[in-house]
Design a protein around this ligand. Sequence first.
Ligand SMILES: Nc1ncnc2c1ncn2[C@@H]1O[C@H](COP(=O)(O)OP(=O)(O)OP(=O)(O)O)[C@@H](O)[C@H]1O
Length: 361
Amino acid sequence: MITFESVSKTYPGGTTAVDNLDLHIETGTFTVLVGPSGCGKTTSMRMINRMVTPTSGRILVDGQDVAEIRPVSLRLGIGYVLQNGGLFPHRTVIDNVATVQRLLGLSKTAARAKAHEALERVGLDASVAHRYPAQLSGGQQQRVGVARALAADPPILLMDEPFSAVDPIVREELQQEVRHLQAEIKKTIVMVTHDIDEALTLGDKIAVMAPGGHLQQYAPPAEILTRPANEFVASLVSKDRGFRALSFDTLDHVPSTPLPAPRRDGSIDMSALAPGWVLEPSAGHGTAGADGAAQWVNTDGARFAVAGALRPGDSLRMGLDAVLASPIAAALLLDAGGRPAGYITLGDLTPHLRPGVVAGA
Ligand SMILES: Nc1ncnc2c1ncn2[C@@H]1O[C@H](COP(=O)(O)OP(=O)(O)OP(=O)(O)O)[C@@H](O)[C@H]1O
């Protein structure tokens, strides 16, 4: 647990970056500090590991005032991921990742072994281990930065705009990976971003800050979207708010129609829904598996890969997107084993879309 107790920070020039901040961050949760430039997000985060000292108030980590912990030992237990990866340019990837273990006194061999594990965890191939940072793409550098922060297995991870320097496609990939990683490792993560979409995608809880370092709302993403505390928060999340709210509700209560039995050639006749159309499950094993393996095919020979086949637990947003992307306005539903089981139409979805939209109105 990280606790901010009435924390303020005024810099020597007189700027109040953070004003009387109270925040309780539960262990094992992903918290995102979000808000426009200059609202004190980075200052707040850096006070956790004593890179910045509060002017008043205190910060406790698991009940202990950080002001009473030596900065070096405090920081060894707190991973830090910087913008652009923040890698040492003159060290190879593996030695960058091994940095903290070396500081902790591990031998070079032992530290490198741990570093290899960390690289694997963030999806980097062993072949990059002996390259220098300049020989990597921006996305790979950022992954190395995450691996370095995780290598010593610290309970807390601070991330300062970790994905801001990569292009939108890579950013989305990295966000997905961090989300999956967090489901596995359950660290206490505090991340700073100015991107509300990123905050809503990643955060278990979001702290919205406004200029002057004032906390506006601290709540889970669904609540930020559907019950913004004030005009400031409402305007931050106003874009696509109704659509985004659909991310927080699953498809599980939406009725679906079972697929007819496959014909002798394995194809499934969809004419009850869309005359002239069949579903061709992927060849061989007969499961749709990854998106695109199965195809919608019509009698004219037109073929469309099934985009976004759905699984139990997927969100209404994914469901709506899959239905809209389908040439027969129906999304394929897979069972828990990944086999085609049924379909959902726009008509099935519509009654379930209203509450999400209305709640956010
Ligand atoms: N070392 C410093 N000395 C003086 N003022 C500072 C210092 N660091 C930050 N500030 C000021 O404190 C305020 C908050 O800065 P901070 O970097 O915490 O905000 P931020 O929300 O993280 O912004 P950004 O998204 O632009 O990084 C700003 O007005 C900034 O200019």
